[in-house]
Structures are given as structure tokens and as C-alpha cells.
Design a binder for this molecule. Structure first.
Ligand code: ADP
Ligand code: MG
Length: 335
């Protein structure tokens, strides 16, 4: 397994990566999630041996300091696949096997299996420029796996794709990593990508890991308001507002609770519910999005019941779904 302790990388005195401790167990997929510029690529490059770092980066207990990139047994995959444009899909994917000196028949068989795995059987003779962005990333993934890396490093592998495709390919990427038993470290700024692909999540901010754990647990209990905001909770409530919201969500009271609320948890409409005043209302292809000033709570982002519209100033009823409400870790909630 991969183990990082107190890893830092400094550029001209500023620390792009600052005292990072992380472990990736064999067969696990860990996503490092953080905003642009927080040091994700630098961290990945340090693991790959492309960036000098202090601290310890070890594999199965052996310190990798002094082991050059090509001897680490890791593969790197980027946002823009970096395929060889003049080579067919099969030759791109088979590149590492040819380097390993496999026979032509063995290479063909392995490439066929890999193309099946990534859902591209029948694409062997195509050239990269004839492929869509999603197909190119599948080829890049097959090529990375062909090297049989003991660790796959993925730098925003889906970020260049449009939103719908990104979500589909994220689910595929997870299946492919699990089926091939690949240990992977993925870095991304995209929370959907991290959620769909990874077993474990590490949230990174300004060079530091601020929270780490099983993906669902991190989502259910962000460490602090900054992490909650980054994980897509637009509002963090305290004191009376927090207590009222917990009650509306049907959750037991927690003294001193700091509560984060997703827009999807706040559903406004006619009928029964907590009274609220509409501040803004807008229709989207996925339904109505609004801001409501909820009595006893204050302003919240929410969604409208399907087929219903409302105007600013209108009194409406709000229901709160406990599933989209998170309790922040109490000792960090003051930050
Ligand atoms: P991310 O991948 O999270 O967007 P990066 O790791 O690329 O972030 O960058 C982290 C910080 O380090 C940024 O402030 C960036 O400008 C800086 N940085 C990255 N590479 C270099 C470099 N080679 N020289 C100087 N500063 C760099
Ligand atoms: Mg980056």
C-alpha cells in the first residue's frame, strides 16, 4: 500500500503541499478533492517522483526516496489522455506491452481484453482523432492499465468532458478500477466525480488534508463550514436556526449543533410544512430552484415541487429531508 507521512512540496518558499499524511490500501480508490490551486497535481507529481518532496512516501513500507519515476511501478493519467495521435487505438494501448517485449499475439490478446474492459471492443484500428473526448479517455485508461501499475494516479481524468458524459464515465471508471483490482489515487475538484469513483475521500485545502474518511461518511459529517461549502452545502446554521432545522428534518435535537443543509433537502411548495417566504424563484430543466426565507431558520436554497411556480414575496410551505442535512464535527465547528 501507499503511505504518505508529513509530505510537503515548496515552490520558492511557499508550500503547495503542506504536511500531508495519507494512506491508500491495496485495491482501494482514494479521491483527493479540493478547489483549483490547492496542490492536488503537485501532490500527485510528488507521489510519482516528478516533484521533489520532504517527508516520506513509501510503498509497502519501503521509502521511495531515490526511486526514479519509471522504477516506481505507478502509472499517471491526465485530464487530456495524451494519446499518440499517429498510432491506432490498439497500438496506443499496447505500447507498454511492446516495451515489455511481449509477443505480437500476446499483445493482441491483452489489448483486446483491455478494450473490452473499457467498453471499446471494435475500436482497435481507429485513430485517436476520430474518437470523442470520452472515448479518448477510455483509451488513455486502457493504456495506463496495460502497464499493470501497482498504483494508478489519476489527475482530473474526467474534468475535460461535458457534465452528462462525466457522470456516466465516472461510474464506468469505478467499475473498471474495481474489476481490474487497481489501487488508485485520484485528484479532482469535482465532487460528483469523487463521489462516484472513490471508496475514500480526502478533502484538501491550501495544501493540507482537512478531512479524510469513507466517502459517504465525509459527506454526512463535514469537518468544518469551509469543507461543508466545498461539498455542496450552501448553508451552515447555528444555535436556534440549527435546532429548528433539525426538528423540521425529523432529527433528534443535538445541543450546540452546527448544521449544514443541501439545497436538495429543502423542498418548497403549497400545502403542509414550515411557513416560508420566497426570495427568488427560477426554473431549470431539472425543476424549480429557489431561495426561501424559512420562519425560525432564515434563508435557505431549495427546490420546488414539480410543476409548481411561485413569485418572490409569496408565502409557501417548506419540508426538509433529513438525508440532505449534515451535522458538523462539533470541535471544528468554530472555525
Ligand atoms: P491543483 O492541481 O490543486 O489545481 P497545483 O498542484 O497545480 O494545484 O498547484 C498548487 C500551487 O502550486 C498553485 O499555487 C500553483 O501556482 C503552484 N505551483 C504548481 N506548480 C508550480 C511550479 N512548478 N512552480 C511554482 N509554483 C507552482
Ligand atoms: Mg491540478
Amino acid at each position: 500500500m501507499l503511505e504518505l507521512s508529513d509530505v510537503s512540496v515548496a515552490f520558492e518558499g511557499t508550500r503547495a503541499v503542506d504536511g500531508v499524511d495519507l494512506r491508500v490500501a491495496d485495491g482501494d480508490v482514494l479521491a483527493v478533492l479540493g478547489p483549483s490551486g490547492c496542490g492536488k497535481s503537485t501532490l500527485l507529481r510528488a507521489v510519482a517522483g516528478l516533484e521533489p518532496a520532504t517527508g516520506t512516501i513509501a510503498w509497502d513500507g519501503a521509502d521511495l526516496r531515490g526511486t526514479p519515476t519509471h522504477r516506481r511501478g505507478f502509472a499517471l493519467m491526465f485530464q487530456d489522455g495524451q494519446l499518440f495521435d499517429h498510432l491506432t487505438v490498439a497500438r496506443n494501448v499496447g505500447y507498454a506491452q511492446r516495451l515489455r517485449g511481449l509477443s505480437r499475439a500476446a499483445v493482441r490478446a491483452e489489448v483486446g481484453d483491455l478494450l473490452d474492459l473499457v467498453g471499446l471492443s471494435g475500436y482497435a484500428e481507429r485513430l485517436p482523432r476520430t474518437l470523442s473526448g470520452g472515448e479518448r479517455q477510455r483509451v488513455a485508461l486502457a493504456r495506463s492499465l496495460a502497464a499493470k501499475p501497482r498504483l494508478l494516479l489519476l489527475d482530473e481524468p474526467l474534468s475535460a468532458l461535458d457534465a452528462g458524459l462525466r457522470v456516466r464515465l465516472a461510474a464506468d471508471l469505478r467499475r473498471i478500477l474495481v474489476e481490474s483490482g487497481t489501487t488508485a489515487l485520484l485528484v479532482t475538484h469535482d465532487q460528483d466525480e469523487a463521489f462516484a469513483v472513490a471508496d475514500r475521500l480526502a478533502v484538501m485545502r491550501a495544501g493540507r488534508i482537512v478531512q479524510e474518511g469513507p466517502t459517504a461518511e465525509v459527506w454526512a459529517a463535514p469537518a468544518d463550514p469551509g469543507t461543508a461549502a466545498f461539498l455542496g452545502y450552501p448553508h451552515v446554521l447555528r444555535e436556534d436556526a440549527a435546532a429548528t432545522l433539525l426538528r423540521l428534518a425529523g432529527r433528534p435535537p443535538v445541543p450546540g449543533a452546527v448544521v449544514a443543509v443541501r439545497a436538495s433537502a429543502v423542498v418548497a411548495g403549497p400545502g403542509e410544512g414550515q411557513p416560508a417566504t420566497v426570495r427568488s424563484f427560477r426554473l431549470t430543466p431539472d425543476g424549480a430552484r429557489l431561495v426561501v426565507d424559512v420562519d425560525g431558520v432564515g434563508p435557505l436554497d431549495g427546490e420546488g415541487v414539480p410543476g409548481w411556480t411561485a413569485a418572490p414575496g409569496e408565502r409557501v410551505a417548506v419540508r426538509v429531508d433529513g438525508g440532505g442535512v449534515a451535522l458538523l464535527t462539533p470541535d471544528a465547528s468554530g472555525s
